[in-house]
Design a protein around this ligand. Structure first.
Ligand code: FAD
Length: 280
């Protein structure tokens, strides 16, 4: 770790904004978060190329901070030639880290593409570009929604790590033991690379509940009940959310998690409140 890096090994994820105002705001958020010396930033990508151009643009803008900035890249719905071009463009632009994903098929889109799973994408990137890129992949402590069970999903996860990924970032979760259990299972299958917990701040109950249903992340009943009781009181939700998420992060770090990756949703304050509560 460089002496300039935050001691807890934090990283921050953004999505490409749709509007000029959103882009301007993101630059401020980037600067606030860059001041905490993260290991890296990452920028999400819409499967099927829907945000491909915007992801590249935002990677450039975020990368001007001087912090390593990793584009997410998904393979579903893409042909190898398109992926090859995109990898070449990223190399030319000085990008040396990627988050490699299968992605989800947007509704109404036709062909699945030439690569079916993330392990095939990781293999493809290694074949095409050798060791140029540091590659992160996704992990699901509560199991990917399409997997028949957790053990099968961990086997598939181990396959993509062995295809040449350098590390993994998890889907968010609110139960620390789900993470430790997943890490134990992955280690038992010979996975040695770091598995970084993905952390979602709690700021808006309705959105969080909708999103969690879609991606298969469980909000424990006691958290759900407490958040429901606050109704529209956004201050109470934020205070409770900061407390719950800070305690989760501290438990993860105390239990050996090798860093924390924050889903910022392009907002600095909720994440910084958590980061400032944590100790080495
Ligand atoms: P895979 O690892 O390919 O797994 C998908 C499913 O297939 C799993 O059920 C797995 O068990 C199974 N599987 C895997 N390999 C095999 C195999 N060889 N044979 C049979 N079954 C297999 N989505 C976006 O669209 N854009 C983003 O920027 C984005 N960023 C993300 C970042 C993180 C950290 C995470 C956790 C998720 C992100 N996602 C993103 C969501 C992700 O694209 C979806 O969860 C998608 O459904 C799965 O992608 P994956 O790379 O995990 O797929």
């Amino acid at each position: 770790m460089s002496s300039h890096e935050h001691p807890l090994g934090i990283s921050f994820e953004f999505f490409p904004p749709n509007t000029d105002a959103g882009r301007d705001k993101l630059i401020h958020v980037r600067d606030e978060l860059a001041a905490r010396k993260p290991r890296f930033f990452s920028v999400t990508y819409g499967a099927g190329g829907s945000t491909q151009a915007r992801t590249r643009e935002v990677v450039r803008a975020v990368g001007e901070s001087g912090i390593t900035t990793a584009p997410h890249l998904s393979c579903i719905g893409s042909e190898k030639a398109q992926l090859r071009d995109l990898l070449a463009q990223y190399r030319e632009e000085g990008v040396d880290s990627l988050v490699a994903l299968r992605g989800d098929m947007p509704s109404g889109m036709g062909s699945i593409g030439e690569l079916r799973y993330a392990n095939e994408l990781v293999e493809f990137i290694r074949t095409e570009t050798g060791d140029h890129f540091d590659i992160a992949v996704a992990a699901y402590p509560e199991s990917h929604p399409q997997a028949p069970n957790l053990d099968k999903d961990v086997e598939n996860f181990a396959r993509k790590m062995k295809a040449g990924a350098n590390m993994a970032i998890t889907q968010y979760f609110f139960t620390a033991d789900a993470y430790f259990n997943f890490v134990d299972k992955a280690r038992a299958l010979g996975v040695e690379q770091p598995i970084i917990p993905g952390i979602m701040p709690i700021t808006n109950y309705t959105k969080l509940a909708r999103f969690s249903d879609a991606c298969g992340a469980e909000i424990p009943r006691w958290i759900r009940k407490q958040l429901e009781s606050y109704g529209d009181d956004s201050e109470a939700i934020a205070a409770f959310g900061t407390d719950v998420v800070s305690r989760l992060c501290q438990r993860l770090l105390d239990g050996g998690a090798p860093g924390l990756h924050f889903y910022t949703l392009n907002q600095a304050a909720p994440v910084l409140k958590v980061v400032d509560n944590l100790t080495d």
